[in-house]
Ligand binder design. Structure first.
Ligand code: SF4
Ligand code: SF4
Ligand code: SF4
Length: 228
């Protein structure tokens, strides 16, 4: 059915699913599908109902699936609409985009299932599905992350191990870039979080007893003042 219209759009979706399937690496295929469908939605000229309505629905479903607001039924709907748009849209533009989505869902069913049904992103690429943490045994207390943070979400002063407030953090990633060339002390985490202090403590004073409780090493400063 596709190809019976002359497409009024100026191009094809930019992402290439076959290249991603051949070499996925650490990429998130659901985010890749989101970008493909965002392009298709933007490029649709609106002549054909399957493309006009289908690209909107597919894009919205993928936004839900990458932002923590999707359900298992949404995943089934995504698969059904993708096949319809692939097979019944009027030109190569949306047919190719929906076909790429169908291919990605077929090649990586578990990735789609984790996003839509379990609220997880295995690649830690979808901000709704990860948190950001400072690893206390690597932090040097330099403060570069604090300067980079636009949300004032990182606590701690000179010489202190920094602590990120998860409520304030927008997951912009700037602190990860800032620390990358210094100590690589900032990491993303999915369901399993690293152990961190509840509040800033002096650099070098972190000792994890394995049970999630911090012990201060003998002879080191009490962060509230004094020496133990
Ligand atoms: S498939 Fe989409 S882009 Fe192509 S002609 Fe129909 S509405 Fe326009
Ligand atoms: S940039 Fe890295 S090393 Fe420096 S204070 Fe922040 S987390 Fe610690
Ligand atoms: S990810 Fe962004 S908002 Fe969150 S702590 Fe880092 S710099 Fe701040």
């Amino acid at each position: 059915m596709s190809g019976s219209y002359i497409c009024g759009a100026n191009g094809l979706p930019s992402a290439d699913a076959s290249a991603l399937i051949a070499d996925k690496g650490a990429a998130c295929v659901v985010r890749a599908a989101l970008e493909i469908m965002a392009d298709a939605r933007r490029l649709s000229c609106g002549q054909c109902v399957f493309c006009r309505e289908g690209t909107i629905q597919l894009h919205e479903l993928l936004k839900d699936g990458t932002s923590g607001s999707a359900t298992g039924e949404d995943l089934e709907l995504l698969a059904e609409i993708a096949v319809m748009v692939r097979d019944y849209s009027g030109c190569e533009m949306s047919s190719k985009a929906a076909g790429a989505l169908v291919d990605l869902m077929g090649a990586y069913p578990d990735e789609f299932d984790q996003h839509f049904r379990r609220g997880r992103c295995p690649a830690l690429a979808c901000p709704a599905y990860y948190t950001v943490h400072v690893l206390p045994d690597l932090c040097t207390g330099c403060g570069a992350c604090v300067q980079a943070c636009p949300e004032a979400a990182i606590a701690g002063g000179d010489g202190m191990i920094r602590v990120i407030d998860g409520e304030r953090c927008s997951r912009c990633g700037r602190c990860l870039e800032a620390c990358d060339g210094i100590a690589k002390a900032i990491v993303k985490a999915g369901p399993v979080k690293p152990r961190t202090p509840d509040a800033p403590i002096p650099v070098g004073s972190w000792a994890d007893d394995g049970g999630g409780r911090r012990r201060r090493r003998r002879g080191q400063e009490n962060p509230e003042g004094g020496v133990e």
